[in-house]
Ligand binder design. Structure first.
Ligand SMILES: CC(C)(COP(=O)(O)OP(=O)(O)OC[C@H]1O[C@@H](n2cnc3c(N)ncnc32)[C@H](O)[C@@H]1OP(=O)(O)O)[C@@H](O)C(=O)NCCC(=O)NCCS
Length: 179
């Protein structure tokens, strides 16, 4: 199937929704940049700066234009952008898997919002895009993320030694396979 080159809007549980990045989302980016972990596992620029934020936004829009991924902003029921869920398809043809990833602004945590976003994007990938195989990777200490994956129907596959560099260090990660 030909994958879309535009970001859709998705509805999710409890009044949340997902959409592409907008210029007005820089406050979310500023909060994410101040988190100790998010910049280590994403391309969120830290420290935050206007020019780096503009480059980040351009990069997200480009990912969809060139067909490598769908970076969604998660919006809460009050309309506040609170986090990010990505669907990455660059390796789909080569490996047969698309991957997902997520983070929340620290102020939006503790309410299961990441799972709400992950379930909506996973359903869209499977049902609308016809992607049969999804995976994600989580560090073993990251209980909130492990629970988010499991509550969204992902099941633990294997531990991948030194799977990814995090802050310049190779880190082991559990590979999870999507529902
Ligand atoms: C991972 C992350 C997205 C989860 O956000 P969240 O949706 O607010 O997650 P919650 O705090 O609601 O926790 C999800 C579940 O984990 C449980 N949990 C969280 N921290 C826990 C801990 N230290 N010990 C045990 N359980 C814990 C919660 O009780 C909840 O369980 P439930 O599903 O049974 O209710 C968020 O912490 C984050 O953005 N972290 C930084 C970036 C990151 O790690 N991204 C993922 C990379 S793989």
């Amino acid at each position: 199937m030909e994958l879309p080159r535009e970001m859709p809007e998705l509805t999710a549980e409890r009044g949340y929704r997902l959409r592409g990045w907008r210029e007005a989302d820089t406050e979310l980016l500023r909060e994410a940049a101040a988190d100790p972990y998010i910049p280590l596992i994403t391309t969120v620029p830290a420290p935050y700066g206007e020019a780096a934020a503009a480059v980040f936004l351009e990069r997200q829009w480009r990912r969809t234009e060139i067909g490598t991924g769908y970076p969604f902003v998660l919006v809460d029921p009050e309309g506040r952008p609170v986090g990010h869920v990505g669907l990455w398809v660059a390796d789909l043809a080569l490996r047969g898997y698309a991957s997902t990833g997520y983070w929340l602004a620290p102020s939006a945590r503790g309410r299961g919002a990441a799972g709400i976003g992950l379930r909506a994007v996973t359903r869209w990938a499977r049902e609308e895009l016809g992607i049969a195989r999804l995976e994600l990777h989580v560090e073993p200490w990251n209980t909130a993320s492990l629970r988010t994956a499991e509550r969204s129907g992902y099941r633990r596959a294997e531990l991948r030694p030194a799977h990814q560099q995090v802050g310049g260090e190779p880190r082991d990660m559990w590979r999870y396979v999507g529902p």
